[in-house]
Design a protein around this ligand. Structure first.
Ligand code: G3H
Length: 529
């Protein structure tokens, strides 16, 4: 494709977006300094007539000074728990979130367009990401209402009357990933906010401009200082924020290296709560008694949806030696059917990759695997055209290869055959990761012992189903180096809060004080409903 005019009008971005403001202390502040270009992984002809990544816009390259201003803004808005936001009635906070959601809905088309252009996500999946996020917010609101109602009870325990509710933790620093730049950001920000915390949010390296249409919605919907949004390098911005010791929660979905470096900067480690979603290498284990067609379908979807760029993707497949030949043949047939193209093309599945160095990394994985005995099973497997990489199926993979251990986060499917089930089980127990696994079998007797041992190794055992995060009401968590803390509509509300109680020794005088407090509705925390 040479020119934007070849893109159907509905999917074009209107103009290069100069994002020259950032949100601090309730103000959209103009940034006069250096700005960084944001490019699309989709190539168009440039002014010299050469195909080049399309310039989508610019974002501020903020410095330590603005990072510390954002921190002060969030810190002062929290005001050691005395601020307007943390002491507000839950129902009032809910109103702010509802108001934000209304404004957010108006931005759907623009956000979806940027999701396609910034990270190459297919149109339907971009729409799903937006709609799923709205559903997540609505479910969070109804779950909090139920939770709050349940916690309104005052119980007498051995003469002590107590009301136990959940209170905020303080200042939350949110760092989100590029593959779900809207959904995963909001799965952190919304529960953090609704529980009364104040926030500083820095978007990932890719998937940034899609947040621009939402800046005003944030500004209009929340008291000043409650949401602060800054742009620039994670190292430059997040390091001084953590070093200050004023952050109470580090909420990061991304890379463990960054998470480890950042948490080390906090001077008072016991005060820092970690909410981390990190790497994973989820295996699919295909047993000889499975429904092979179903296993193939789920493994293709699990390993290659959004080009394999999901933390939950199936990143290695163990197939029993009795069926591996048939599995590989059917798997390759299905992979060949995946349509490659641009995000707005109908039924497109394989799209350009947003990380400029990813094609090189994938080639390194392929070369390494080939030099150690693996073959590419599919036609044109791994072939690269600009930012587009054709999926590659590698077999037989073994322990010595990089792709056996490293999280490829791209369209690479390593397959191994096994004789004894102990082989994939040992892989899982020796792995640094412990997010999920998929088991394919129709035999309850084969599945039962595997379920019983694997639930203690990973945090979700999927039966005849690909690994995935959703539906969002289910707990999303991992063991070992894959995660810290649990997310889900319900769990995230707990993760971003702490149980706090008000207690009285029951006697005539205290009982009266308690009744008066409840009747007067004077406290926002201690109340009837
Ligand atoms: O990248 C990790 C995402 O949370 C995966 O979500 O399983 O719904 O695609 P998903």
């Amino acid at each position: 494709m040479k020119s934007i005019l070849e893109v159907p009008e509905k999917y074009r971005f209107s103009q290069v977006l100069e994002q020259n403001t950032y949100l601090i202390n309730g103000k959209l502040k103009y940034w006069p300094g250096h700005r960084t270009n944001v490019y699309s992984p989709i190539y168009l002809e440039n002014s010299q007539g050469k195909l080049a990544p399309t310039l989508l816009g610019t974002i501020p390259s903020l410095t330590e000074k603005e990072a510390l201003e954002a921190l002060d803004s969030a810190y002062n808005a929290y005001d050691k728990g005395r601020g307007e936001w943390p002491t507000m009635k839950v129902e009032e906070r809910i109103l702010c979130i509802e108001n934000f959601t209304k404004l957010m809905l108006e931005t759907r088309d623009e956000v979806v367009t940027f999701l396609m252009w910034e990270i190459g996500k297919p149109y339907n999946e971009s729409c799903d990401e937006f709609d799923r996020t709205i559903e997540y917010i609505n479910d969070t609101i109804s779950t909090l209402k139920e939770m709050d109602q349940k916690h309104s009870e005052i119980k007498n325990h051995s003469g002590i009357l107590a009301q136990v509710r959940r209170a905020p933790l303080g200042v939350v620093l949110c760092l989100s990933p590029y593959n779900y730049p809207l959904n995963e950001t909001f799965c952190l920000l919304i529960p953090a906010l609704i529980m009364g915390n104040t926030t500083i949010f820095k978007p990932a390296k890719h998937g940034i401009l899609l947040l621009s249409p939402l800046l005003e919605a944030f500004q209009k919907s929340f008291p000043k200082g409650v949401v602060n949004i800054i742009y620039g390098s994670g190292r430059i911005l997040a390091t001084p924020i953590l070093k200050s010791g004023k952050v109470d929660v580090l909420a990061l979905i991304g890379n463990s290296k960054s998470a480890n470096i950042l948490q080390e900067h906090h001077p008072k480690k016991n005060r820092l709560r970690l909410v981390l979603g990190l790497e994973a290498k989820n295996p699919g284990i295909v047993l000889p008694d499975c429904d092979l067609d179903l296993a193939v379908k789920e493994c293709v979807l699990g390993s290659l949806a959004f080009n394999g760029q999901r933390c939950t993707a199936l990143k290695i497949l163990f197939v029993h030696e009795d069926i591996v030949a048939e599995f590989n043949q059917k798997f390759v047939e299905e992979v060949q059917k995946l349509k490659g193209g641009l995000p707005w093309e109908e039924n497109v599945k394989i799209t350009p990759l947003p990380e400029p160095n990813k094609p090189i990394y994938i080639q390194e994985l392929i070369d390494d695997a080939k030099s150690k005995g693996a073959k590419i099973l599919n036609k044109n497997g791994g072939e690269t055209t600009l930012s587009f990489v054709n999926p590659v199926v590698l077999y037989p993979v073994n322990k010595t290869m990089k792709v056996y251990e490293e999280e490829q986060f791209g369209p690479v499917v390593p397959i191994l055959s096994f004789k004894n089930i102990q082989e994939p089980l040992d892989y899982i127990s020796e792995s640094n990761y412990g997010q999920q696994v998929s088991l394919f079998s129709n035999n309850p007797n084969s599945l039962a012992p595997l379920i019983d041992s694997l639930v203690n190794q990973v945090c979700r055992v999927n039966i005849n189903t690909k690994c995935q995060r959703g539906p969002d009401v289910l707990p999303f968590v991992g063991r070992k180096d894959s995660a810290v803390s649990t997310l889900s509509v319900y769990d995230a509300l707990r993760t971003f809060s702490i149980r706090t109680l008000v207690a009285f020794r029951s006697n005539a005088s205290n009982d009266k004080i308690l009744t008066d407090l409840l009747e007067s509705n004077a406290s926002n925390f201690l109340r009837k409903k």
